[in-house]
Ligand binder design. Structure first.
Ligand code: AHR
Length: 328
C-alpha cells in the first residue's frame, strides 16, 4: 500500500498535479564535485588565484568544491590528490608546486577514472594523457618581455655594452614559473657578455624570504644595477632591503627593479617608479577551469594547453584609474 501511494505521488509530481495545483519543484541539479589542490598562499597572486577558483567553482555555479591548501609542500599535494580519489570526485584540479613527481599519483587518478586539469604551472610527466588540459601563463614569454624591456632601457640611457650586475631572486625551485623566467634571463646573459649575475637567491616567492636574503646579501655586496625578481612579493621584500641599506630604487641612478605578476600593489610601486617594469601573470583561472569542466561534461575535448592573455607595464603606463579598476 505504502508502495502504491509512493508511486501515485511520484506520478502526480511528474504530471504537475502537486497539492493546491502548484507546479512541482524542478528536480535538484546534481553538483559537479571538484577537488582542487592549491600550492599554498605564498603570494598576492596566489591569493587572487584562490579567490577566483573558489568563486567560479561555487555551488551557485553548479559545483561542490573540495579545496586543499598544500602550504608549499608537494607531499601535501600528493596526499590531497589521493584523498580526492578516495572521495571519488568528478574532477581533480591541480596547481602543481613543481613540474616533476606527478606520474604515480596521476596514474592512480586515471585508474580511478577521474579526469585531471592542470592550472597555472605545468607538469612534466612521461604520458601526456595523465591530464586532460592545462591552462596557465606563458612564463617564458613573460621573462623574454622583461629582458627585451631592459635592453631597450639601457639603449635609451646610452648604457648598452656597459657592465651590468644583476641580482636574481628566484621563485620556488622547479616550478615552471621559476624555470622559464630563469631561462629567459640566462639566455639574455649569454647574449650579453657584459651582464653578470651577482647572485641567485632562492626567494621561494615570498616577501619575507626575499627581504632576508637581499638584506644579508647587501651586507657584503652593494654593487647592484638590476634586481630581476621572479614575482611581485619578492620585489616588495627586495625593495625594503635595498632602501634600508640606503640604496634607491628606480630612476636613472637607482637600482632597476624588474618584477612579475603585476598585482595592484606592485603596479602602484611601478607608478611611483620604484619598480621599473612589470610583466603581468594573470591569476584569474577560475572561470577558465569552470569552462573546461563544462566542456568535459558536454563530452567535448578541450584544448590540451591554453595560454592566457597578459599585459606588460612600465612606469608611464600606470594610472590611478588603472589601479582602481584592477581586479587583483
Ligand atoms: O606560478 C605563478 C607564480 O606563483 C606567480 O608568479 C607567483 O606570484 C606565484 O606564487
Amino acid at each position: 500500500m505504502k508502495r502504491l501511494l509512493q508511486v501515485m505521488l511520484l506520478l502526480a509530481a511528474v504530471l504537475g498535479l502537486g497539492a493546491c495545483g502548484r507546479e512541482a519543484a524542478p528536480a535538484e541539479k546534481r553538483l559537479v564535485r571538484v577537488g582542487f589542490s592549491q600550492v599554498g598562499s605564498e603570494s598576492s597572486w596566489r591569493k587572487a588565484n584562490t579567490a577566483s577558483m573558489t568563486a567560479a567553482l561555487s555551488e551557485e555555479e553548479g559545483f561542490e568544491l573540495l579545496f586543499d591548501n598544500a602550504k608549499q609542500r608537494q607531499e601535501n599535494q600528493l596526499l590531497a590528490i589521493r584523498n580526492f580519489i578516495q572521495q571519488d570526485v568528478d574532477y581533480i584540479v591541480l596547481a602543481p608546486i613543481a613540474e616533476s613527481g606527478w606520474d604515480d599519483v596521476l596514474q592512480e587518478a586515471r585508474d580511478a577514472g577521474i579526469p585531471v586539469i592542470i592550472a597555472d604551472r605545468m607538469i612534466d610527466v612521461q604520458d601526456r594523457d595523465l591530464y586532460v588540459s592545462r591552462v596557465g601563463s606563458d612564463f617564458l614569454k613573460e621573462g623574454q618581455q622583461i629582458v627585451r624591456w631592459l635592453e631597450r632601457e639601457l639603449e635609451r640611457r646610452g648604457e648598452t655594452g656597459k657592465p651590468l650586475r644583476i641580482l636574481h631572486i628566484q621563485g620556488t625551485d622547479g616550478a615552471t614559473s621559476q624555470l622559464l623566467r630563469t631561462q629567459a634571463l640566462e639566455e639574455a646573459v649569454k647574449a650579453h657578455p657584459e651582464w653578470e649575475i651577482a647572485a641567485r637567491l632562492p626567494g621561494e616567492y615570498t616577501e619575507a624570504k626575499s627581504y632576508e636574503l637581499v638584506r644579508d646579501f647587501l651586507r657584503t655586496d652593494r654593487d647592484i644595477d638590476v634586481v630581476y625578481s621572479e614575482n611581485d612579493n619578492m620585489s616588495f621584500g627586495a625593495i625594503r632591503a635595498l632602501e634600508e641599506a640606503g640604496l634607491s630604487c628606480g630612476g636613472d641612478g637607482g637600482v632597476t627593479v624588474l618584477s612579475f605578476d603585476a598585482v595592484r600593489e606592485a603596479l602602484r610601486l611601478c607608478m611611483e617608479g620604484k619598480i621599473s617594469a612589470c610583466a603581468e601573470c594573470n591569476p584569474l583561472h577560475g572561470p577558465r577551469v569552470a569552462a573546461l569542466i563544462r566542456q568535459l561534461e558536454r563530452g567535448e575535448t578541450p584544448e590540451k594547453e591554453t595560454f592566457v592573455e597578459e599585459a606588460f607595464f612600465e612606469t608611464g603606463d600606470v594610472t590611478e584609474e588603472l589601479l582602481r579598476s584592477r581586479e587583483y
